[in-house]
Design a protein around this ligand. Structure first.
Ligand SMILES: Nc1ncnc2c1ncn2[C@@H]1O[C@H](COP(=O)(O)OP(=O)(O)OP(=O)(O)O)[C@@H](O)[C@H]1O
Length: 256
C-alpha cells in the first residue's frame, strides 16, 4: 500500500505540491489526473525519490525511502513517459541490469521476460540496441523491465502516448493481471475515456492540491454532474466551472 501524507514538495524555491494526501491500496489501480502543470509528474518524482519532500511522508508497505533506500526503491517499478534506455546495452542486457538492480536471479528474470517479450513482440530483438528501436518499442522495453520485477507498486506515467492500440490493450491487460496479485498501480494520464474504464479510483490534482479523490461515481457526486463522463468532469475543470476549486482542501469521498 502507498500512503502519501501531507506531502508538500517540488523544486528548489518552488514548492509545487501543497499538503497532498492520498492512498493506493493493495490491488488498486489509481488514475492521477489534472491539467498541464497540476503537479502529476512532480508527485511521481517525489514518490520515486528523485525529489525530496519539503514536508510530509511517503510510505510504501510501511517503508520510507529515508529508512531503507534500497528496499523502498526495489518495491517500485517505474515506467516513465519518455523512455530512457542505455544506448550501449542490448535489450537482453537491459533485462540483466534490471535483474541485478532488483536482486532477481538472471535466469528468473529471463524466464519472466519471455512471456513479456512475446506479448510485446520483441522476442527476436534481444540482441538489438536502443538505437534500432522505434519510440514505442523503447517504451515496451521499459514496460518489460518494470513488469519482470513484479514490484509492489507500479508507477506508469502517460502510458498511452507512444504505444499502438494493440500494445495499449496488452499493457492494460498486464496491469489488470498484476492488480489481481495485489500490486498497486498509479497511472498518470490525460486519456480519460480509457482510464475511466479500468481505474478503480482517481486522484484529481489542481494547482498542486488534491481537490478530490474517488471513483467516477464519487467524482460525479462531488462535482454535481450525475451523468457526466470523466472527460466531461475534466472539461468543466479546465473551464473553471467546478465549485470551490481553489479553496477546497477537502478530499472527496475515498474508496478504501
Ligand atoms: N524542474 C523544474 N523546476 C521548477 N519547476 C518545475 C520543474 N518541473 C516542473 N515545474 C513546475 O511544477 C509545476 C507542476 O509541473 P508538473 O510537471 O508536475 O505538472 P504535470 O501535472 O505533470 O503536467 P503535464 O500534464 O503537463 O505533464 C508546473 O508549474 C511546472 O512549471
Amino acid at each position: 500500500m502507498l500512503k502519501v501524507t501531507n506531502l508538500t514538495g517540488g523544486y528548489l524555491g518552488n514548492p509545487v505540491l501543497k499538503e497532498v494526501n492520498f492512498e493506493i491500496g493493495d490491488g488498486e489501480l489509481v488514475g492521477l489526473i489534472g491539467l498541464n502543470g497540476a503537479g502529476k509528474s512532480t508527485t511521481i518524482q517525489e514518490i520515486i525519490g528523485l525529489l525530496t519532500p519539503y514536508s510530509g511522508q511517503i510510505e510504501l508497505d510501511g517503508l520510507t525511502l529515508q529508512q531503507n533506500l534500497e528496499g523502498y526503491r526495489q518495491k517500485i517499478g517505474f515506467i516513465p513517459e519518455t523512455p530512457s534506455l542505455y544506448e550501449e546495452l542490448t535489450l537482453r542486457e537491459h533485462i540483466e541490469v534490471t535483474a541485478l538492480a532488483y536482486g532477481i536471479p538472471i535466469e528468473v528474470a529471463m524466464a519472466r521476460a519471455q512471456k513479456l517479450l512475446e506479448t510485446f513482440r520483441l522476442s527476436d530483438k534481444l540482441d538489438w540496441f536502443p538505437v534500432n528501436f522505434s519510440k514505442g518499442m523503447k517504451q515496451k522495453v521499459m514496460i518489460i523491465c518494470a513488469f519482470l520485477c513484479e514490484p509492489s507498486l507500479y508507477i506508469v506515467d502517460e502510458p498511452f502516448m507512444g504505444l499502438d492500440p494493440l500494445a495499449i490493450q496488452d499493457l492494460i491487460d498486464l496491469m489488470l493481471e498484476m492488480k489481481k496479485t495485489g500490486s498497486s498501480i498509479l497511472m498518470s494520464t490525460h486519456i480519460l475515456s480509457t482510464a475511466e474504464k479500468f481505474c478503480d479510483k482517481f486522484v484529481v490534482l489542481h494547482e498542486g492540491q488534491v481537490i478530490a479523490t474517488g471513483t467516477v461515481d464519487e467524482l460525479r457526486a462531488k462535482f454535481g454532474q450525475p451523468n457526466a463522463s470523466l472527460d466531461e468532469i475534466y472539461l468543466s475543470l479546465t473551464k473553471g466551472k467546478l465549485p470551490n476549486l481553489t479553496q477546497s482542501k477537502e478530499v472527496g469521498p475515498t474508496h478504501e
